[in-house]
Design a protein around this ligand. Structure first.
Ligand code: CA
Length: 423
């Protein structure tokens, strides 16, 4: 019984693309069965590790241990018949009509329930392992070309060295972590491109944004801690956050407090709100969201030139309005009214003073479909491919220090490499 579904699970894990996995079965000196699960290291030396793989292995090891324990219990419930003998079948011995029989049946029922739960867990782990295996293949292709010269062959420019230009290419998403619960179906994650001590460019920030009282801002020392699920600190925001348009910039966390057309600055060192300001006429709480909804009416952005807010107003009749903000006082320095309908696009970000929009939050074959240049006040259509790998993009922003995009796609925290044209 257990043996059959164990084999099924083993086959599932073995079928993962690009991976060779081993599920071993052995009996120890006391006659207990032991299962062990082995996956060879898929990451070549010099390659960046793929997020989540060590975590997956640990989960698989823990699951394997539980399977061994479960089998021991089942043997215990089924009598001592198999002790000392490798036993591929687990049919219970002929029932004896004794007072302990009811207890055995109940124990068996509990084991059946546990089995069902573990089977569901196995399926989920199998899916995640496959996703990680694909990620490793992509990382190898992108960063470790044949010849094994490692990151030195990276076709992308070093962070901050490329200067400004127009967005011409967005690469495949790279997964850094996955939210553990439904509260992280959508959310926000990022690093500060211009951090203030004690924070660094590696300090990583995250908000799980499902719910009406979203106040927790998680701080991680580096993305690795995020992948492992170990925050350094949990900040509690004085006001709940509503939109996934929050950003971190120059030591401040900028966000839209719930049910308001306000933008607020939470100081990450002082742990207090240092500025709050209304964005005149800005729609909020579902008036002018992006196409996926989610109260994404007010979206903040950071680029090489500073802090921006992306929204719409009745006066603009739903078209995107872009304003440059003072990062200390949140005063509007200048505004631009575009001809891009806010509800018609999935998200937006700013690079070098140009606003870019994404065509769809769910299509795997989406595009960066419009660019609005604040220097000329004109927009143009684009068709730069953009992949929504997990089909539910709830946040997308640009990090000018790393020249890559940060996104939250159906519980997954991902980044996208980009390329800018040289002027
Ligand atoms: Ca955005």
């Amino acid at each position: 019984m257990v043996g059959a579904w164990l084999l099924l699970w083993g086959a599932l894990a073995l079928s993962c693309r690009g991976e060779v996995a081993f599920l071993r079965h052995a009996d120890d000196s006391t006659g207990r069965c032991t299962y062990s699960f082995t996956v060879p290291s898929p990451v070549e030396s010099g390659c960046p590790d793929a997020g989540g793989v060590p975590e997956l292995r640990a989960e698989l090891a823990a699951l394997t241990a539980r399977l061994s324990r479960l089998e021991s219990r089942e043997r215990g419930a089924g009598g001592e018949a198999g002790r000392g003998i490798p036993q591929p079948q687990y049919a219970a011995p002929a029932p004896r009509l004794e007072p302990g029989c009811g207890e055995l049946l109940r124990a068996n029922s509990r084991l059946e329930e546990e089995k069902g739960r573990l089977e569901r867990e196995n399926e989920e782990l199998g899916r995640r392992l496959e996703s990680s295996a694909q990620e490793i293949a992509r990382l190898r292709a992108a960063r470790c070309p044949p010849g094994g010269e490692g990151p030195g062959r990276d076709p992308l420019p070093a962070p901050g060295e490329a200067g400004c230009g127009e967005l011409v290419w967005v690469g495949d998403p790279v997964v850094f972590g996955r939210a553990e619960s439904i509260a992280g179906k959508y959310g926000v994650w990022m690093k500060d491109p211009e951090p203030l001590p004690p924070f660094t460019r590696e300090t990583t920030w995250r908000v799980d944004a499902v719910g009406t009282e979203v106040r927790q801002l998680l701080q991680y020392q580096a993305p690795e801690q995020l992948a492992q699920g170990y925050p350094t600190k949990v900040h509690i925001l004085p006001r709940p956050l509503e939109s996934t348009g929050a950003v971190v910039y120059r030591g401040g966390f900028f966000f839209q407090p719930r049910r308001s057309r306000t933008v607020a600055r939470y100081d990450l060192r002082g742990e207090t709100l240092t500025a709050q300001r209304e964005i005149p006429g800005a729609g909020y709480h579902g008036q002018y969201p992006y196409s996926w909804g989610g109260y994404t009416d007010i979206d903040l952005a950071v680029d090489e030139t500073g802090l921006w807010v992306i929204y719409s107003t009745e006066k603009a009749r739903g078209a995107i309005v872009l304003s440059k903000l003072d990062p200390e006082t949140l005063e509007i320095r200048q505004s631009w009214e575009t001809n891009i309908r806010k509800r018609g696009v999935a998200n937006a970000f700013v690079i070098c003073g140009t606003l870019y929009t994404v065509s769809s939050y769910s299509s795997p074959n989406a595009t960066i479909n419009f660019a609005y240049d604040t220097a000329t006040g004109t927009s143009r259509a684009l068709s730069v491919p953009f992949e929504n790998r997990f089909r539910y993009l709830s946040m997308l922003d640009y990090n000018p220090a790393e020249q890559q995009l940060y996104a939250w796609d159906s519980s997954n925290m991902v980044t996208y490499p980009i390329r800018l044209s040289r002027d």
